[in-house]
Design a protein. Structure first.
Length: 314
């Protein structure tokens, strides 16, 4: 960027501060100083114009919008894209060769723009670095009341971790006292991002702890014979369908009620006593004035009526 209209007493630090509004200013890989220039006349006095090199091309357009026609201590700036012209003919033999140290420092400078975690030295990373261990996801007792909670936690964790990369496997160590889960990624860099993001975050009222697997620790906790017996007992009771039992009880109750029609004005105990007198004393006579009579006109001797009363008493 070329700037004109600068204050005649501006310093390099002030110039860097102004130009940093547009973005990251490039540094010289050898001297590590900002690549800026304040032009001077033959006598060494500042002329009021200068040059600035940004690390990213997008910073040029941003600087144009922010700084052009802006004022610094009463001096109005004029900003434009710098134009360079070659003096004479190009001679490739005079071009200085860039040393390895120069290229290394230039690469380090480019990392300022990289949002990803810094990769470790070496072409390949260890396989265990692709696995993230997450603690305090749950408490083992959470699965005793509802075993299906385990699947919900696994799916929630997979959905969240897929934001960082390709998830290969999610394991829930449901018997571990620390509530441990592991997530395997395709790339180690994806695991790094997951670790940095999830560490310290909250999940279900619990603060998570995320770290890279050391490649040695086994988080699987073996259950004892007693724990297995209790788990199977809980699982067996969980598999029973309470809705079907309730349906069966309701249908039995409905069939019992439909077999005998009880007048609203009569009491169940009186109907039961009347039916007993009809059976024992009168030999199923029909002269009971309608009490204990079913829909067909026959005296009611259905044992289900007594059974329902007995169940009600109990």
């Amino acid at each position: 960027m070329y700037l004109a209209g600068l204050p005649p007493d501006i310093t390099k630090d002030e110039f860097v501060q102004v130009m940093s509004k547009g973005g990251i200013i490039m540094r010289d890989p050898q001297t590590e100083e900002h690549k800026i220039k304040l032009y001077k006349d033959k006598e060494g006095n500042l002329k009021g114009d200068g040059l600035c090199c940004y690390l990213k091309r997008e910073s040029v357009q941003l600087a144009l919008r922010l700084l052009d026609e802006a004022e610094i201590r009463g001096y109005k700036l004029h900003v434009e894209v710098a134009k360079f012209q070659l003096k004479g003919e190009y001679d490739a033999s005079k071009k200085k060769k860039k040393c390895k140290d120069y290229k290394k420092k230039l690469s380090q400078q480019q990392k300022q723009l990289d949002w990803r975690p810094e990769k470790k030295d070496g072409a390949a990373r260890m396989r265990h670095e692709r696995i993230v261990i997450i603690r305090n996801m749950f408490h083992p007792k959470d699965f005793e009341e509802d075993p299906l909670v385990l699947n919900e936690i696994r799916e929630d964790l997979r959905t969240e971790c897929e934001k960082f990369g390709q998830v290969k496997k999610v394991l829930i160590f449901d018997r571990h006292p620390d509530g441990v889960a592991s997530v395997s990624f395709k790339e180690a860099t994806e695991a790094d991002l997951c670790k940095l993001t999830l560490n310290g975050r909250w999940f279900g009222g619990r603060q998570l702890s995320a770290e890279t697997w050391d490649g040695v620790t086994d988080y699987q906790v073996e259950e004892t014979a007693r724990e297995r017996e209790e788990r199977l007992k809980v699982w067996g009771s969980f598999l029973e369908d309470p809705d079907s039992k309730e349906q069966q009880t309701t249908s039995d109750s409905d069939s019992t009620t439909s077999s005998v029609k009880i007048p609203e004005s009569s009491q169940p105990s009186k109907v039961n006593d009347a039916s007993k007198e009809d059976v024992n004393d009168e030999g199923h006579k029909k002269e009971n004035n309608g009490e204990g009579i079913n829909e067909d006109g026959a005296p009611s001797t259905d044992s289900s009526l007594a059974g329902s009363d007995a169940e009600a008493d109990t």
